[in-house]
Design a protein around this ligand. Structure first.
Ligand code: SF4
Length: 374
């Protein structure tokens, strides 16, 4: 995990207690800047802007919305997820990370105007619809545990309502601060998992698979519901055996009744990420598989390869857990039919399927207002 070497503070947020608190905890050089371009120019002109963007922390205000709809991908079945936009980028370094080419330039950024965030959360929760929201789309949810008390504020806030769940998704083991918090099973701790081979060659600075499962087992002991995301699954010799072993390891420690959902997704990336992977991860072989452009312009495996991987992993999961909810992140209905034997429409739609699982595992109110249509 990259260490922060310099903190840049937006002049508009200087002196705020939260800013002072973070500066004290990180204890590196800090500078006040009037405009983010001062920082962006430094990052852009460095030899490896992605690596540089992971070593500087920019503290600023979120001037847009904290709560956003997940953009999804056109032509693929979407789960109607909401994003809680706490900050951007990550101190870990995965070859396939879309954030490397998503931000121009990529910069580790944390939003400190949290009164606005909690006002938006209050409004969001007041609607009393089933909702699933997570902080792990534009960053890793738990890297911020090292320097902030964010989870210690968010988890109790979500515990006081009964129709929405907060998902904290990570590849770290930074869970010690959430022990003893009042959560009421309304916060899901989720781990992205992969085979040890993929982790070793493509996920720099992340926790090992065993360490992630240990952390999940710890959270299970504290009563938190859990989720696992097999994403991106990569096709290589013996990958099916390796993915089966990952499944077996998870179920050797985790009870199916504590798993809200497991998502499956195979490797996919926008064409401009390929050059970034080639130059930053020359040892990675993942971009050289049988990849074709999908309906959304992203490169992905041929459909039959995807189906074969999904079938193998689903079968491994079903050997341990007949009922746990498994879904695809961004797949078409034909693949759903081929792998699961039904389409999402047959089950009332993917958002409904995931809401039902949250109702059951997170013990949500079974009778809130109808789902909000946005
Ligand atoms: S952990 Fe997630 S956010 Fe961080 S570099 Fe890896 S893929 Fe990107």
């Amino acid at each position: 995990m990259a260490a922060i070497e310099h903190i840049y503070i937006d002049r508009a947020v200087t002196g705020q207690p939260q800013v002072n608190d973070i500066i004290e905890r990180i204890d590196v050089r800090s500078s006040v800047i009037d405009h983010p371009d001062e920082l962006y120019d430094k990052i852009r002109s460095s030899q490896d802007p992605v690596a540089t963007g992971k070593k500087v922390l920019y503290l600023t205000n979120n001037r847009g919305g904290f709560i956003r709809k997940c953009p999804g991908t056109k032509n693929y079945t979407c789960c109607d997820y909401m994003i809680l936009h706490i900050g951007t980028f990550c101190t870990m370094d995965c070859a396939y990370c879309i954030l490397q080419s998503y931000f121009h330039p990529p910069v580790l950024q944390y939003f400190v105007n949290q009164q606005k965030m909690f006002d938006e959360i209050d409004e969001f929760l007041a609607a009393r619809h089933y909702r699933r929201i997570g902080t792990g789309e534009y960053t890793d949810s738990m890297i911020w545990e090292l320097w902030t008390d964010l989870s210690q504020k968010l988890i109790p806030r979500f515990s006081t309502q009964s129709h929405a769940v907060l998902e904290l998704k990570t590849k770290t083991t930074f869970v010690h601060h959430i022990q003893g918090l009042r959560h009421n099973r309304r916060t899901i701790l989720a781990w992205s998992v992969n085979t040890p081979m993929i982790i070793r060659h493509n996920e720099r600075g992340t926790a090992s698979l065993d360490a992630r499962i240990d952390a999940a087992a710890q959270c299970q002991k504290w009563g938190y519901p859990l989720a696992f995301h097999f994403d991106p699954m990569v096709d290589y010799d013996d990958c099916l055996d390796d993915y089966r072993r990952v499944v077996d390891k998870i179920f050797s420690r985790i009870h199916p009744e504590n798993i809200v959902w497991i998502s499956l997704g195979t490797l996919r990336f926008m064409p401009d990420l390929k050059a970034v992977i080639q130059s930053r991860f020359p040892e990675s072989k993942m971009i050289y598989g049988e990849l074709v452009p999908g309906m959304d312009g992203k490169s992905r495996y041929l459909q039959q390869i995807r189906i074969d991987i999904y079938r193998a992993v689903l079968s491994a999961i079903r050997d341990h857990a007949a009922d746990v909810t498994v879904y695809f992140c961004m797949e078409n209905e034909h693949v759903w039919q081929k792998v699961f034997g039904f389409t999402t429409e047959d089950r009332g739609g993917l958002p409904h399927m995931l809401d039902q699982s949250a109702i059951k595992i997170c013990q949500l109110d079974p009778d809130p207002l109808p789902r909000h249509k946005s």
